[in-house]
Structure formats: structure tokens, C-alpha cells
Ligand binder design. Structure first.
Ligand SMILES: [Zn+2]
Length: 380
């Protein structure tokens, strides 16, 4: 049993554990983030910034942010460090670097910016009750599970002596703003009780319903992560899941233990405008004639045609992405015969019915660095 007291804590702390591994916790409020943080201590986790050097928590995979900082902008480095753990960092001389008093700050201190914040549960940023600051690393998970299995078996026995419950969760890294971020990872978290897991992706159809377009089998072992890239410009070799811009998805993990008990965690999100972000060079001339890109018939029963007009010679690539059928991945077909360097003209590209998937399809036309995507519904 864990003994958790809600009580006023003297001093600046919001809560504490009675030492690493202790099952006695004191919290000042009912914040779930605070409780999880203190439970982390109860399961022997240290702060990510504890110790000397300041990342000596016995986990090599906890976030380590190092920086140097020219506090007054005179060209010489007068502060450096490797820990950003809340938004009011105080340096060794007692100056609050985010709200300096008597010091002219020319360059904003790195730790004062949300994007440099550590999203790990075992920092003080976790007290902010921001559900995005909720990450545990694999090392931290391992330490907690070790502690539970070796030193706190009685707690598991109390829950259910035969079969501890299954538990599923999906975490996110980095702190993701879906409207802007085109690459991120889903971390599928579970307890040690599962023997199997299954991950499902669903995409929202124009009528509001969701269709499964990707589902793993039930897989033995602990779930890992999916590295996601959104948009036709964001495919890269590290992504194992490619999603479309401006589409709403569910990602679901189900877990199952030896007794067949299951748990399910679903997260809904809408991707941003990743196809249409301007090029790094500040934008390029678009050879595609505005409004000329049409797909007909749509919905399609017996194939469909893409028509487009260019007003300058351009390097054209045309892709078809299908997102239908249980168990099928998103697949991308390059229409090689209709791609290549093409002079200004009006073109049409035919997609026979066997190339289209049931439900939603996406046709994207790349003209140099410009990309336009059209959705096509296939009905049968
Ligand atoms: Zn703490």
C-alpha cells in the first residue's frame, strides 16, 4: 500500500516522498502530475537534474539540455548549464534568470522558453499540470518496474494475486503542437503485465466516421514507439508512419495480459498543414495554375482522372496514397509514366479503379517544391 497524505508542505516544495523508494508521499494538492512525480520517487526515480554532474540520475536516456549563455550580450559567455527544469530558473548567484532583477538581460535565457523545457515527469516542469510534460524514458520505466517487481511485490499481490491488470497509455515526444509540428513520436506505454499489444490507426472520413487503415497483429512483448511524419514534404527515413496533412486521426493501443484482460487507450489528433509550408528559401514560384487541380469523378466508382495546368516547365511527380482496408498500411504509388520534367500545358492523369482503395484516397501532385493534395472517395 502507498500512504499518500494531502497536507500543506512547508517551503517552496509542492510535495515530497520520504526518500527514494518510500511508500509514503505528501502532496500539497490533488494534481495528477504532482502525484505521478512523487510516485516516481516512491519507485526510486531521481530527478533528471539530480547529482553532479547535473544529469546523474543513473539513466542515460533522460533529457540532457546543455547551453551557454551570454547574459548581458557583451560577447562573452557568463552562464552555462545543462538543466532546464522550470520556467523560473535561478542561477548560482540567486538571480532568477527568467525575471531578472537589476540585471539587463539582452538574450532571453534558454530555460525561460517553453520549447527548451524538459518534458520528463521527473523534472519540476511536471508540476505545471501540463499533460504533455508526462514522459518517462525506457530506463526510468525499467527502474520503476524493477522496483515494483523486486521490492514491492506485495503491492501487486494486493491488486490481484492471479493476474495483474493490463494498462495502456500513449505518450508523445517532443511536446507536440499538432497544428505546427510535422514530425513526432507516439510512445506506447504499458505496465509489465501485458503479454500482447496491438496498435491501430483510424482516419476520419468526410461523413465524420472513422475508418481503420492500419492495424498491427497482436504482438508479443512491450509496445515501443511509432515515429510519425506528416505531409508529403515530411517523409524521412526515420518515420515508420506517414500521415496526411489536415486530417483527423485516432491512434489506439490495446494491451492484453495472460488472463485475457485488455485495456485500451485512444488519442485523437488533427494534423497540421505540413504540405503547404513555405520552402526554407522563403518560398518559390509555383508553376501550378491556381485552382486548376481537379479530380473527377469524385466520388469514384470506375476510376478517376486528375487534371492540372502548369504555366511553366516543372518537375512533376504524382502520387496516389490509399488509406483503406483493415490491416493495410498507407501505400504510396508514384505514377512514373505521368511524372518527370514537363513543359507548361494542361495534363490529365487517369487512375483505374484497381489502383484506388476503398474509402478515402489522396492524390498529390508535386510541381518542383509545390504540392497540392486532393482527396478522392471510392465507393463500390
Ligand atoms: Zn521531486
Amino acid at each position: 500500500m502507498f500512504n499518500i497524505f494531502i497536507a500543506n508542505v512547508n517551503g517552496p516544495d509542492n510535495g515530497f516522498a520520504r526518500g527514494l523508494g518510500s511508500t509514503t508521499l505528501v502532496n500539497e494538492n490533488f494534481s495528477a502530475q504532482l502525484l505521478i512525480h512523487e510516485l516516481g520517487h516512491g519507485l526510486v526515480l531521481q530527478h533528471t537534474f539530480d547529482g553532479t554532474p547535473q544529469n546523474n540520475d543513473d539513466c542515460d536516456d533522460t533529457p540532457f539540455i546543455s547551453w551557454t549563455y551570454d547574459r548581458n550580450g557583451d560577447g562573452s559567455i557568463d552562464a552555462s548549464g545543462n538543466r532546464c527544469w522550470n520556467l523560473s530558473n535561478v542561477d548560482t548567484s540567486g538571480i532568477n534568470l527568467c525575471q531578472p532583477n537589476g540585471t539587463t538581460v539582452v538574450n532571453s535565457h534558454p530555460c525561460c522558453e517553453q520549447r527548451y523545457q524538459n518534458n520528463n515527469m521527473m523534472t519540476y516542469a511536471s508540476y505545471a499540470s501540463d499533460p504533455n510534460v508526462s514522459a518517462f524514458t525506457p530506463c526510468q520505466m525499467g527502474k520503476m518496474l524493477d522496483n515494483l517487481l523486486n521490492d514491492k511485490c506485495d503491492l501487486i499481490d494486493e491488486i490481484n494475486p492471479g493476474c495483474p491488470p493490463a494498462s495502456a497509455h500513449i505518450g508523445l515526444l517532443p511536446i507536440v503542437d499538432f497544428s505546427e509540428d510535422c514530425k513526432f513520436s507516439f510512445y506506447f506505454q504499458a505496465s509489465t503485465n501485458e503479454v500482447e499489444y496491438r496498435v491501430t490507426y483510424e482516419v476520419q472520413q468526410p461523413n465524420g466516421s472513422f475508418t481503420t487503415f492500419r492495424q498491427t497483429d497482436w504482438i508479443d512483448g512491450q509496445a515501443g514507439q511509432d515515429r510519425v511524419a506528416v505531409g508529403t514534404k515530411e517523409h524521412d527515413k526515420f518515420a515508420n508512419i506517414v500521415l496526411l496533412s489536415n486530417a483527423t486521426y485516432n491512434v489506439i493501443i490495446e494491451t492484453r495480459n495472460l488472463c485475457g484482460d485488455t485495456d485500451l487507450y485512444a488519442r485523437q489528433f488533427t494534423t497540421g498543414n505540413c504540405d503547404l509550408r513555405p520552402a526554407d528559401d522563403g518560398g518559390t514560384f509555383n508553376p501550378l495554375e491556381d485552382g486548376s487541380v481537379v479530380v473527377y469523378p469524385n466520388p469514384s466508382i470506375n476510376g478517376t482522372t486528375l487534371s492540372y495546368t502548369t504555366n511553366a516547365e516543372a518537375d512533376i511527380k504524382i502520387y496516389l496514397t490509399t488509406s483503406s482496408g483493415n490491416g493495410n498500411s498507407v501505400q504510396t504509388l508514384l505514377k512514373q509514366a505521368d511524372s518527370g520534367n514537363k513543359e507548361a500545358c494542361t495534363y490529365s492523369v487517369y487512375f483505374p479503379t484497381h489502383e484506388l482503395g476503398e474509402g478515402l484516397n489522396y492524390i498529390s501532385i508535386h510541381a518542383d517544391d509545390n504540392i497540392v493534395v486532393r482527396r478522392v472517395q471510392k465507393n463500390n
